[in-house]
Every structure is written in structure tokens, then in C-alpha cells.
Design a protein around this ligand. Structure first.
Ligand SMILES: [Zn+2]
Length: 411
């Protein structure tokens, strides 16, 4: 079977074409159609596939949901229902999806070239996602280079200048020798026959099989987003064209919503959020101080009532959390030399704290481990102080209190 004639190679703006169905087969459990010629772009070279429809002779419209290429150059169109072999069909490519892909892919060529022109950072790979795109720049410890925010802004600026200059973008087919003589930026890993070159006037020349704009103005704009260090270098996330506008729109909406919560202007957000964080930290400290004072008072009160030798104190606090009962246990055992405290809390994740005054003979860590094993919880600690957490949900504090009293009776 000969390779599929790729109509998009010569015209990226061809959205409608006539073709014949050579074969319709099940591929991976899905019906797929082989045409003699196609304007549908198959996933390759970092660019994702087109979608659209095939209109059959009966006028029935069959959606094309995915397009993939074989090593031998055949292109399979995955369809929602089979189309009989020998049929003449009209293919219709989803134009807005194609235009978006052209903006992202041509934008990538411009951005990659900008990183070369400014800093000699080559692009190792390109990925087009549903929301954003990335390039991996080959920068690492071995190249003794790095990428900073200033450089990113410079590259973004240069790329957008090339867009506003509306430079022409041309497709040509040349031999490998000719391509090397012309000084092509990037060659494909495998070369068979002539190379397809994408030429951006006096700025970039790359071998590429993708669909591209006619002139850089059609890219619209490039917005660089985050960067992150990856194994092969630095990953740069970006969006082009209408995606850049919708991304900026979304960012603005998020900022506006956040600013409204703080009754401030979006430009004041970093200072305002910083202030809120500082205030929260301050309030946390005050709260902890108050909690310590309450624990101190409760300890005095409980010790006054406690009897026995040693004084074993059992108490359950449904409204308090683990932090409080730990504080209380510390206060109780520090205030007197003859105290054993068995405490539980119900707020947040239910918890237990077992503690004894230093010098008492029990092993609180072991006691906690044994108790948690019975309750499917986890915990442990030292001989004098141990803590355990009970599994979320289905904690009956009355049962816990009963259990603590049993433990106390056995000491
Ligand atoms: Zn490309």
C-alpha cells in the first residue's frame, strides 16, 4: 500500500478535500479509514492530530476523532462508524482546532529561534497539550548555562516582535545536502527523501512536517508561562494566539476574585496576601498561648480533685484536639511527681495522650501501642509520654472513656 498523499504538506489552510476510501479496518478495536489523500494532520513532531468529519456518498457525516500515521507513511483516520472501501468521500477538517494548532506550532518555531538568537539555547523537544505547550531547552549543568526570568522576558519580547513584523512563512522541499548548506536549525532524527523546510523570513529555518501559518502575524501573540528544571534541561511552558488571550483572561478572573476577597486591587495582592499570612501567624501564636493558659488552669483544677497513689487522671475532651490534650498532659505531669494521665480528644482526628510524672514505673509508649492495636489506630512514644491517633469516623467517645477507665483500673 503506498503512503498517503499529504495535502497539508503544501497547504495548511486546506480544510475541505475529496478522496477515496482505500480500506476500512478495525485498529485497536476501533474502526479506522485509509484514504488515498488527506488534509487531516496525524499526531507527530509534537503537534496533535486534527479532527473533523468524512462526508460519505450517502451524505452521511462520519466524525473523525483521531488521526495517526504509520512508519510506512500511511495515515489512519479513526472514525465513529465504518466507511465502505471504494467510496468517494469529502473530508472536512475542524478549522478552528487546526488554526489553534498552527498558532501553537508556528509560535513554537519563533520562540525556539528566539532562544537560539539571544542565548544559543537549542530546543530538544516540543509538546503540544490541550491547554498549553512546552519546549525543553537543552540547558543543564554540563552546558554551564542557566535560564533566568530576565532571559525569558527577553525571548518572549523578541518572539512577539517577530510576530508584529508579520514576516512571511514559506514551505519548501530540498535534499539533505541542500538543507545543511542552507544552515537549517533542526534536522529530523530520520531522513528519507526530500526534507520539508519551514522558513520564517530572515529568522528561522527548520525541517518540520507540521502545519504552519502563512505569516508570523497570524500567530497573534506568545505568552510564556512557567519554567521548570527537567532531566534534559529547562522546560518552558507557553501559549500562543487565542490561547494566550483566554489564558490571560482566566488569570485576570482569578486575580480579580482573589482581590475582591481582600477588598484590594490586583496589583496590591502580593503585599495584602503577605499581610494576611503574617496576621494569621500572629493569631496562631496568641491562640497557642491562650491554650497553654487554659491547660494550666485545668491541670490545677484536676490535680486538686484527683486521689489515689499514684493519682490516675482519666478525662475525655470531645471539643478539644490532640494539641490541647498534649499540653494538658505536660502540665499535669510536670506539676506533681505522682501523676498518671490518660486523656482523649474528639475534635479533628480523635486522639489519645498517655503521660506519667518522671520516675513513675509504667511504660506509656508500650501502653499506647497496645491500646492503638485494639482500636486500629497508630501511636507510640517514650516511657513517660505517648500519643496516638484513632481512625477517622466511627469513634465513640463514651466507649473510649470506658476503655480508659479499664486501663486506669489495671495500672
Ligand atoms: Zn515544527
Amino acid at each position: 500500500m503506498p503512503p498517503t498523499e499529504r495535502l497539508y504538506y503544501h497547504d495548511s489552510f486546506l480544510y475541505s478535500f475529496d478522496a477515496s476510501v482505500l480500506e476500512c479496518a478495525e485498529r485497536g478495536g476501533r474502526p479506522a479509514v485509509l484514504l488515498d489523500r488527506t488534509a487531516f494532520y496525524p499526531t507527530s513532531g509534537g503537534q496533535v492530530h486534527d479532527t473533523g468529519t468524512l462526508v460519505l456518498e450517502s451524505e452521511q457525516e462520519v466524525p473523525v476523532v483521531e488521526v495517526a500515521e504509520e512508519d510506512d507513511g500511511r495515515i489512519w483516520h479513526f472514525v465513529s462508524s465504518p466507511a465502505p472501501s471504494g467510496q468517494k468521500v469529502r473530508g472536512r477538517v475542524d478549522a478552528s482546532r487546526r488554526r489553534d494548532h498552527m498558532q501553537q506550532h508556528s509560535g513554537q518555531h519563533v520562540l525556539s529561534a528566539a532562544f537560539i538568537h539571544l542565548f544559543d539555547f537549542p530546543t530538544a523537544s516540543f509538546h503540544m497539550g490541550a491547554e498549553s505547550c512546552t519546549i525543553d531547552l537543552a540547558i543543564n549543568d554540563l552546558t554551564a548555562k542557566s535560564l533566568d526570568v530576565k532571559q525569558i522576558i527577553q525571548a518572549e519580547r523578541l518572539a512577539n516582535e517577530i510576530i508584529t513584523e508579520d514576516r512571511w512563512v514559506k514551505i519548501s522541499f530540498v535534499s539533505l545536502d541542500e538543507a545543511q548548506r542552507l544552515g537549517v536549525r533542526k534536522l529530523p532524527p530520520k531522513q528519507t527523501g526530500d526534507l520539508r523546510l519551514i522558513d520564517i523570513a530572515d529568522f528561522d529555518l527548520t525541517a518540520c512536517g507540521g502545519t504552519h501559518v502563512r505569516s508570523t502575524g497570524q500567530i497573534g501573540s506568545i505568552l510564556v508561562r512557567k519554567t521548570e528544571n527537567v532531566k534534559q534541561g529547562v522546560r518552558v511552558e507557553f501559549v500562543c494566539g487565542l490561547r494566550a488571550v483566554s489564558t490571560a483572561r482566566q488569570d485576570y478572573a482569578t486575580l480579580t476574585e482573589t482581590a475582591a476577597l481582600l477588598s484590594t486591587h490586583i496589583r496590591e495582592l502580593p503585599q495584602q496576601v503577605g499581610k494576611v499570612i503574617q496576621e494569621a501567624k500572629g493569631a496562631g501564636k496568641v491562640q497557642h498561648k491562650l491554650l497553654e493558659e487554659i491547660a494550666e488552669l485545668r491541670a490545677v483544677e484536676m490535680l486538686a480533685k484527683a486521689t489515689g497513689t499514684p493519682r490516675v487522671i482519666v478525662s475525655v475532651f470531645p471539643e478539644r484536639d490532640a494539641v490541647f490534650i498534649k499540653l494538658l498532659a505536660q502540665k499535669l505531669t510536670a506539676a506533681a511527681a505522682d501523676v498518671v494521665a490518660l486523656l482523649a480528644s474528639g475534635a479533628g482526628q480523635a486522639a489519645m495522650v498517655f503521660a506519667q510524672s518522671p520516675g513513675q514505673k509504667h511504660n506509656m509508649g508500650q501502653l499506647m501501642k497496645d491500646t492503638m492495636a485494639k482500636l486500629n489506630g497508630r501511636g507510640g512514644g517514650t516511657a513517660d509520654m505517648a500519643q496516638g491517633g484513632l481512625p477517622a469516623g466511627a469513634v465513640d467517645l463514651a466507649q473510649i472513656e470506658k476503655l480508659l477507665k479499664e486501663i486506669a483500673a489495671g495500672l
